[in-house]
Design a protein around this ligand. Structure first.
Ligand SMILES: [Zn+2]
Length: 413
């Protein structure tokens, strides 16, 4: 396979998949939408055309298998997702699924039969759904989907389980889908970076060191309602001012991080009784991300004290509640070395970088050796219609994925 041929096939596949969209600006293939359901039928046929044996597992994941020469060798796994955010782009997740199918095509054409089965999965619903759950398919695939997850409500009061059932998925089968999971030799996921680092450093390939952990903060500030015209400034206990100072403290914590930590305040909700009243109560939502669990816990401790102290200077009481979303998940170092080695053998430059976004790989990494290959995102843009990756970079990513899998195949015990 020449790289020109691979480039053309990838471009054609990307364009074809992009035609499945709910409409509006960008591409929208939300979980349970007709566009998403139809697009996956196209994905299934693409896997069949590439010579894979394909079926849907009990959790709605499309699983394609390119049979290996040694039935006892187990599986090498790759894949990603093809759902999108509302008004998203055509590369997030898609590159990992279409790239994996292209790898299978190339192996067959070149007559390179692996010893291991090559298992390619298009995981159901990776993006956050109406019920606030990410990675629905990959959770179920490894057996980590819980009955509680299926009890999550959407804005209309319908549970995720009910929603699955009305879309042809049996909730009880979803909960037991993980029984099919046989620990593979490795899982390697190709994905776009979704950030600007590789482009800025002019690196062809990102070797992902780990996927960030996320700590979410809910802070409640309680001051005192007073007349906004008659209460002197020094006597006020203004909850909104305390929250505003917390926003800057959250930001500074990220700016001061040497562990590639990032911090964001996403919302301040005020409860005032009018423009002539000093705000009594305010709620703030924020999050911190890092691949360092030590940094996360130290930053949490420092920031908690800082916000309480800042609030106290305004006579306001602050109550903080932290919730661990994902724990930091390091990627397998042996596979990282193989990805770097494959890149160098192909004459490509590479960079070790953490992933600030979560991925299906987080859930696979709990069960088997897992790593990720990143390709550059134009302008670092993602989750928007402008999301793009140059075709040369896509081809590079597919080449590195293929050679990493071949290397794992030939050197595995
Ligand atoms: Zn993704």
């Amino acid at each position: 396979m020449t790289s020109t041929g691979a480039a053309q096939r990838l471009q054609e596949d990307l364009l074809e998949l992009a035609t499945y969209s709910q409409g509006g600006p960008g591409t929208s293939r939300r979980l349970f939408s007709t566009a998403y359901r139809d697009s996956r039928e196209w994905v299934r046929r693409s896997m069949l055309d590439a010579g894979l044996t394909v079926d849907y597992d009990g959790a709605g994941n499309i699983v394609g298998v390119l049979e290996g020469a040694n039935p006892n060798a187990g599986a090498l796994m790759t894949g990603s997702h093809t759902d999108t955010v509302d008004g998203g782009g055509d590369f997030d997740g898609v590159v990992g699924v279409l790239g994996a199918i292209e790898v299978a095509r190339q192996l067959r054409e070149e007559g390179r039969r692996l010893a291991h089965d090559l298992v390619i999965v298009d995981f159901l619903g990776e993006e956050s759904n109406d019920h606030g759950l990410t990675c629905l398919g990959s959770r179920a695939f490894v057996g980590d989907l819980t009955a509680n997850d299926l009890e999550r409500l959407d804005a209309t009061g319908e549970t995720l389980g009910e929603r699955c059932r009305s879309n042809g998925l049996d909730p009880s089968t979803m909960l037991t889908a993980g029984r099919r999971f046989r620990r593979p030799r490795a899982y390697v996921e190709l994905h776009i970076e979704q950030g600007p680092v590789l482009e800025e450093r002019q690196s062809d390939i990102g070797v992902v060191t780990g996927i960030v952990g996320i700590q979410r903060l809910l802070a409640t500030f309680t001051g005192r309602a007073d007349h906004a015209g008659t209460t002197p400034m020094a006597r006020r206990r203004d909850a909104l001012v305390a929250a505003a100072s917390a926003v800057l403290a959250v930001r500074q914590t990220g700016c001061d991080s040497h562990e590639q930590g990032v911090t964001t305040t996403s919302e301040i909700a005020g409860y005032t009784s009018g423009p002539n009243v000093v705000p009594q109560r305010t709620r703030l939502l924020a999050e911190m991300r890092s691949i360092s669990p030590v940094w996360l816990s130290e930053a949490e401790r420092r920031l908690t004290q800082e916000i309480i102290d800042l609030a106290a200077t305004y006579g306001v009481h602050a109550e903080l509640e932290w919730i661990a979303d994902n724990e930091p998940r390091p990627m397998d170092t042996s596979i990282q070395r193989r990805i770097a080695g494959a890149s160098e053998a192909l004459g490509l430059t590479w960079e070790a970088i953490p992933s600030g976004a979560t991925h299906d790989a987080v859930h696979l990494a709990r069960k088997c050796p897992t790593a990720m290959v990143f390709v550059p995102s134009v302008g670092g843009r993602s989750h928007c219609p402008e999301e793009s990756t140059a075709t040369d970079d896509l081809v590079n990513g597919v080449d590195v994925l293929r050679e990493t899998l071949v290397n794992l195949d030939s050197t595995s015990s």
